[in-house]
Design a protein around this ligand. Sequence first.
Ligand SMILES: *[C@@H]1O[C@H](CO)[C@@H](O)[C@H](O)[C@H]1NC(C)=O
Length: 598
Amino acid sequence: MFLLPGILITYYVTHTPIPPEYATEIKRYLFARQHPEDGGWGLHIEGHSSVFGTSMNYVALRLIGVSEEDPRMIKARGLLHKFGGAVYGPHWAKFWLSILGVMEWEGVNPVPPEIWLLPDWVPFAPWRWWIHMRQVFLPMSWLWSKQWSHPLDDLTRQLREELYTQPYSSVDFAAHRNSIHEADNYYPKTWVLNAANEMLVRVWNPYLRPSSLIKRAEDWTWELIRMEDENTEYAGLGPVNNPMNMVACYLHDGPDSESVRRHRERLDDYMWVKGEGMLANGTNGVQVWDTAFITQAIVVAGFADQPKWRPMLTKALEFLDDHQLRENVPDQEKCYRQHRKGAWPFSTKDQGYTVSDCTAEGLRSTLQLQEMYNFPKLVSEERLKDAVDCLLHLQNPSGGFSEYEVTRGSPKLEWLNAAEVFGGIMISYDHPECTTASVTALSLFSQLYPDYRAEEIRLAKQKAVAHIKHTQRADGSWYGSWGICFTYAAMFALESLASIGETYETSADSRRGCDFLIEKQQADGGWGESYLSSSTHQYVQHEKSQVCQTAWSLLGLMEAGYPHKEPLERGIKLLMSRQQPNGEWLQEAIEGVFNQSW
Ligand SMILES: *[C@@H]1O[C@H](CO)[C@@H](O)[C@H](O)[C@H]1NC(C)=O
């Protein structure tokens, strides 16, 4: 719920007309998602109302023409004022409101671009941060340094009076730099970060920040922004950094520049229309990821050699062939990118970021079709080997795999987490999901090509499974980061164990993992986990069982060879009962949140 407002603010400040049909559908969506009781919005569709969600979505609706007199807006504003007004929002909200010109930059904690000039060996240099933090911090720091705001107009002048509990001119923004409402403060800033901010505000910015250094820092961050744009065909890593890059291009290159034009087209890639209206997705699609899984589902269902499915699968293979990344980015070292030759991305080749489990699933689907079901060999042996090389590059010394890159910094970097609303975001962490996908795909490759790096693959698998065992919790569970949550991780971890022959019958670890799942089965035979599992790190039952989590749990138990049929049958029956007459399963509760969001 914070992506769309960033995009709309970007449209507004870069004078990009918002197509009226977008405005209509976005209004529908945002009002459909307004909290029915308190009138606010939260961090995501099931989260409780917060200053972040409420202030940003209120502004979004105003920018697309909703009147401040609309009863729904009056209600939202009432809640925002009850929260104390927009000065109680987190850092990212304050940043966007300052860009729009409805907050003063003194209210925003510093985002100094100078930090990008630190030598690489410094333990907290930004190249070591988790990619999403790094790539958001990048344009943010450039824009913060410029302290640019959209010139005041009638609408923003009015907004200045709507967002606060007192007249705009009387708000002491500097005094609110650290203000944050408890509804937003999930991950309070540490004393280390607070001390650093104080130093920056009181000493560094006013006295020590020479203009030559500012220029060097701005030039270098601009260069990195430019590389990100060019290396992603202006799609950007995601819908948080991409609009910020666009605002930077608008300022640097001018309103009608090529870069702004390219960004304008790309913002559409993030928009999505569903029954409730138009929203912004967290990625520019799920193309490679979904193609790989649909392919695998058909293979598992035993349809891959049926003529009826061949044309469709051939096209899927062609798509995977088209979207494998064939080369590293130019200047890989300079812009701190991970090796990508041979990888598959999550969405498209244009976006172009290596992702470990997408590479694994792309490789697995290609191997299944080409090697096991005799589809044309579109992806050459050499390119399959490139994918293997890429995966082997991605394994961490711990044995685990993260998603985009190897881990580059220490967990102590969390001390500098300034986002307040997310946790565990400062470095790349290992995930049972990525780890399992990577090593199982590698071992499938090894069975088909036993002569290529076989010993390294064997060792990689050994280390990975040892890592999975090491991260099992005392109650037999694993914490999952990309789906919700313990059911998702258990599916992967049990598969990892099974891949070295450890099953319910033969391994105490596998048994503990299964028993954990069985304990959580609900009375109707299904499993259902609330998104709160992700933030509380404890299993939280959803009041209703959910098809996704039921399927994940069943897959995990079956991987482990769980010997008692009765719980499995009950789970399967639940899945069957939820299938619609036309064959589909409906969307139920949210099944993925990330960064431990509440
Ligand atoms: C975009 O988000 C909506 C709502 O969460 C979801 O239904 C849809 O599948 C997503 N689309 C993509 C391409 O991720």
